[in-house]
Write a protein that binds this ligand. Structure first.
Ligand code: CAA
Ligand code: FAD
Length: 380
């Protein structure tokens, strides 16, 4: 495995790092406290090309590879995971899905606005009765000739109130089970489409998470993505790539916390010396560094698999499983290295610890990643 980065990769990494330090770091604590969406910052991310990195240039995308995308995700997540989840959903769940499976009209109408940040996207699979068990869709879209009639509730939707376009997964034929599921593009403001209140969250508090209610929403036939019955495969294939982005987010959260802990250990003194000179602290840093490096290798392997046209279901699931555990372990230890200061907001590590937890839950819980991994390794 050769993970040698190109000049372009290094430039993108640096641009993302600068953007995170200059634009996201100021105000990150206040946005977390007030659950405030980083509106201006997301607008700038769009202008800088961070919202449609992998999408085709003819639709305004950056035409970059997955390696470039995970490098940018890591840098931005070191500082602000609320901003990076907006980036992750828009890039890998919405733009990638439309670019790969949408038709020409859909790409012109929706993708070209999503890649630039002129519009924001959301991906709506989860329901109150269908989270991990994603084939148990209760939302229905009944074929009425020239349109579908959409009814049901989606929950936990990231970008729930800020999005303009929503990819909604729904059951069109119950008899056919998961082969009777379709994906549709829904626009904000359509009659019968309501957005519930913002969820009050433990972490990634700057991102807006909402339930969405659909009551007899008329969806034009041309808004279905792909062939009839392709919706569940569409969701699974899209999520396989999305999980690489979330793995990179987890890696960034871990790396951000580690860097803060390392710096703190060099300046904080106890028992007449900097705490880095106590082996208990130095060993914590050694463990953090080792697991972050291992997570980075898994993330890069999955990104390279995707770029090289290899199957990335397994490598993406392994990267997400391991990087999210690393994010949890490392952030807990980073708080410990900071002592009492770790427990207060101004040192950032308590926020990173709260943000880390979601990476073990969304885009498939750790238990679901183990299902994907075990099925893959045992299928032969
Ligand atoms: N690619 C293509 N097709 C796939 C696939 C993949 N990676 N994985 C499964 N499929 C297909 C299967 O081939 C099967 O189709 P056929 O019968 O036609 O062959 C169909 O999907 C059903 O597959 P399974 O029988 O394996 O289905 P299952 O009920 O056992 O569930 C699962 C599989 C992997 C557990 C799946 O339900 C799953 O991924 N659950 C987690 C849901 C999830 O990740 N949600 C995330 C929501 S988005 C989000 O969270 C965004 C955010 O936070 C920011
Ligand atoms: P459940 O499926 O009820 O799981 C509960 C527990 O049981 C978990 O520990 C799970 O791992 C375990 N479990 C379930 N089934 C099995 C099994 N077969 N074997 C072993 N263990 C099992 N969804 C979207 O569609 N779009 C979004 O944008 C989005 N954003 C989100 C943002 C946030 C902040 C949150 C919290 C969630 C978001 N989600 C989104 C939903 C997320 O993907 C689901 O929460 C997740 O897939 C788990 O589903 P669930 O919450 O229903 O948990």
């Amino acid at each position: 495995m050769d993970f040698k980065l190109t000049e372009e990769h290094l430039m993108i990494k640096e641009a993302a790092r600068d953007f995170a330090k200059n634009e996201l770091l100021p105000g990150v604590i206040e946005r977390d406290e007030k659950q405030e969406f980083p509106k201006e910052q997301v607008k700038k991310m769009g202008e800088l090309g961070f919202l449609g990195m992998m999408a085709s240039p003819e639709y305004g995308g950056g035409g970059m590879d997955t390696v470039a995308y995970v490098l940018a995700m890591e840098e931005i997540s070191k500082i602000d995971a609320s901003a990076s989840v907006v980036m992750s959903v828009n890039n890998s769940l919405v733009c990638w899905g439309l670019d790969t499976y949408g038709n020409e009209e859909q790409k012109k109408k929706f993708l070209s606005k999503l890649t630039t940040g002129e519009s924001i996207g959301a991906f709506c699979l989860s329901e109150p009765e269908a989270g991990s068990d994603a084939t148990s869709q209760r939302t229905t879209a009944i074929d009425k000739g020239d349109h579908y009639l959409l009814n049901g509730t989606k929950n936990w939707i990231t970008n729930g109130s800020t999005a303009d376009f929503y990819i909604v997964i729904a059951q069109t034929d119950v008899e056919k089970k998961h082969r009777g599921i379709n994906a549709f593009i829904i626009e904000k403001g359509w009659k019968g489409f309501d957005i519930g209140p913002k969820e009050q969250k433990l972490g990634i508090r700057g991102s807006d998470t909402h339930s969405l209610m659909f009551n007899d929403v008329k969806v034009p036939k041309e808004n279905r993505i792909g062939e009839d019955g392709f919706g569940f495969k569409f969701a699974m294939k899209t999520l396989s790539g999305g999980r690489i982005g979330i793995a990179a987010q987890a890696l960034g959260i871990a790396a951000g916390a580690y860097e803060l802990a390392k710096e703190y250990s060099k300046v904080r003194k106890a028992f007449g010396t900097e705490i880095m000179n106590h082996q208990a602290i130095a060993f914590k840093l050694a463990d953090m560094h080792t697991s972050i490096e291992a997570a980075r290798h898994l993330v890069m392997k999955a990104a390279c698999d995707k770029d090289n046209g290899e199957n990335y279901d397994l490598s993406g699931a392994m990267a997400k499983l391991f990087a999210s555990k690393t994010a949890m372990d490392v952030t807990i230890e980073a708080v410990q290295v900071h002592g009492g200061n770790g427990y207060v907001k101004e040192y950032h590590v308590e926020r990173l610890m709260r943000d880390a937890k979601i990476t073990q839950i969304y885009e498939g819980t750790s238990e679901i990643q183990k299902i994907v991994i075990s099925r893959s390794i045992l299928k032969d």
